[in-house]
Write a protein that binds this ligand. Structure first.
Ligand SMILES: [Zn+2]
Length: 176
């Protein structure tokens, strides 16, 4: 058995995805310069690989995803999650299994999708447990934590930039 994070879905061969106890295994930077505007709100989206999109889609939507890669609409008011301008395929927020943390109506608002830690829980760990280290917070809530950002985070990238932003916000509130 490999250390890949999950079984393979229909028609997809999962390349080995490294599991790491710490956040993160890399890929923090979005290395793709390519972008295309969202068909609904015209905001430039963020490139996301097919494998990430497939993992987050509801079962009945998987087939529709094909083999193409997608863009994620980062506009907090837009109802579109993923889109591909070439094929015209669109996936709405309601077509995926997790709320997108940056959308207006996200509930719950996750800071970490691998461990399902909400932004509120991060704030609470800082406030009540005085834990201000990202990995320590993750271990506090999820001792056996493994990073699977590639398929769990809607961007397919590490959640640490957002996570750290919330820690900073919580620390500021505490006056540290
Ligand atoms: Zn949009």
């Amino acid at each position: 058995m490999t250390n890949s994070c999950c079984g393979t879905g229909k028609g997809i061969t999962l390349k080995q995805i490294p599991l790491t106890p710490n956040c993160c295994s890399g890929e923090i930077q979005d290395t793709s310069n390519a972008s295309a505007p969202c068909p609904l709100c015209k905001t430039k989206g963020r490139y996301v690989e097919n494998i990430t999109v497939r993992h987050l889609l509801k079962k009945e939507m998987e087939e529709k995803a094909g083999q193409e890669d997608y863009y994620l609409c980062m506009n907090e008011k837009c109802d579109i999650a993923y889109y591909n301008v070439k094929t015209g395929i669109i996936f709405w927020k309601t077509d995926i299994t997790v709320p997108l943390w940056f959308k207006d109506d996200a509930n719950p608002r996750y800071a970490c999708y691998c461990s399902k830690i909400t932004q509120e829980e991060v704030m609470r760990a800082v406030r009540e447990q005085k834990i201000t280290d990202l990995n320590a917070i993750r271990k506090y809530y999820d001792p056996g934590v493994k990073s699977q950002c590639k398929i769990k985070n809607p961007t397919g990238k590490c959640c640490s930039p957002v996570f750290n932003e919330i820690i900073k916000k919580a620390k500021d509130l505490e006056g540290h």
